[in-house]
Design a protein around this ligand. Structure first.
Ligand SMILES: [Zn+2]
Length: 385
């Protein structure tokens, strides 16, 4: 198979695939009988750094009629404890198939530690997938949806979930009773991760008020526990409202510490800044993070779940939303938004795929001439494994 005149890593070139391997990149002529795809965009498989598979697809079972965060939380609370292991696994598998269709084969999921049966379901699924060859790779984050220090029982469940074999320790400092306890929950998470050789993945400052600054504490803890690149700070929407001098300092600390910020544009464009005018955009400062050289991932967050019903499992949709509401519409920014999905988004999995001669042809081919056209049309890619 020959991909002719395709966009690859910022240039136009040809790429040949034979017996599942990339055998040549450069100016190539079609061989007799060779299938040729012309003029599209080629990239590695995509990775999803932030989704909630325990809740995925439940938006069909219990639609969020008002579309609000509050109803989402209520609907999830009503469903969570009665789902059962088989149901969680079946919906997670179905969602992973949706991701695979859109070219994403690595997925990091959060799981609400309030229900250990759901934690067990996703850990079991992750381990099953390891034995299934070319299926998706899954990572599981122990995510205390209702906080760690809001009750002794919740602390215990969170610790138990981590002990069950999660890949990453989660936290949600802005949901803890006080700012000090929010910071303490971050220390507990880093301590637990450092002890167990795990990752840290925090829902961090997912608030509209600029008073939430747990990200600064997280960066300090990243240094103290030497966990920097093993930490993801998700959402970070409060940064949007930080004064510029605080943001400049915070962004520099993110870069220095090696923490990755994962922005979740689809959920946060509808859940943040809601209800009053003027409506602030609830998102993190992606352009400034990029300019400082910090690592940013783009998550999809919700696939038809109680919080957001419009998820598709196509990460290009998340990048499309981001370039609009973060004003990332320069040529270079749109390319950066698209390439993030196949590059920076892989960081939490410990390796970034590269398309080079001799390597397996695990690649996507979009029938769209370049990243801007991929964002515009968001077509289904041809997925080679
Ligand atoms: Zn989330």
């Amino acid at each position: 198979m020959l991909f002719k005149d395709c966009w690859l890593d910022g240039r136009r070139t040809d790429l040949r695939v034979e017996d599942g391997l990339i055998t040549a990149i450069g100016e190539l002529s079609a061989q007799p009988g060779e299938r040729v795809h012309r003029g599209g965009t080629v990239c590695p498989h995509l990775a999803e750094p932030h989704v909630h598979l325990d809740a995925a697809l439940l938006g069909r079972r219990a639609p969020n009629v008002s579309g609000t965060l509050e109803e989402g939380i209520r609907n999830w609370a009503a469903l969570r404890d009665g789902l059962g292991r088989a149901d969680v696994k079946a919906r997670a598998r179905q969602t992973l198939e949706m991701y695979a269709r859109w070219g994403c084969t690595r997925v990091r999921t959060h799981v609400d530690t309030g229900c250990l049966e759901n934690v067990a379901a996703l850990i079991e699924l992750r381990d099953e997938l390891v034995g299934e060859g070319d299926s998706a790779e899954l990572q599981v984050v122990a995510f205390p949806q209702e906080g760690i220090l809001t009750s002794p029982e919740r602390t215990a469940l969170w610790r138990e979930a981590v002990a069950m074999g999660c890949d990453a320790v989660g936290a949600i400092p802005h949901f803890e009773p006080t700012r000090a306890e929010g910071d303490r929950s971050l220390r507990m998470a880093c301590e637990l991760a450092a002890e167990g050789g795990l990752y840290v993945d925090v829902h961090c400052d997912e608030r509209d008020s600029g008073e939430f600054r747990h990200l600064l504490t997280l960066c300090d803890l990243a240094d103290e526990y030497e966990l920097g690149p093993r930490i993801i700070a998700g959402h970070c929407t409060a940064m949007h409202q930080w004064p510029d001098d605080v943001a400049a300092h915070g962004i520099e600390r993110v870069r220095e510490s090696g923490v990755q910020v994962v922005t979740n544009p689809l959920d946060n464009i509808v859940l943040q800044g809601r209800g009053t005018y003027p409506r602030p955009r609830g998102h993190t400062r992606v352009d400034e993070l990029w300019a400082a050289g910090a690592s940013v991932g783009i998550g999809h967050d919700s696939v038809i779940d109680p919080w957001y019903r419009l998820g598709t499992a196509n990460l290009v949709d998340a990048a499309y939303m981001l370039v609009h509401y973060a004003h990332l519409t320069s040529e270079a920014q749109m390319v950066h938004a698209f390439t993030t999905l196949a590059h920076e988004n892989h960081r939490c999995f410990g390796s970034t795929p590269r398309l080079v001669v001799g390597e397996p042809a695990a690649l996507l081919y979009y029938d769209a001439s370049d990243p801007t056209e991929v964002l515009r049309m968001r077509p289904e890619p041809m997925v080679l494994r």
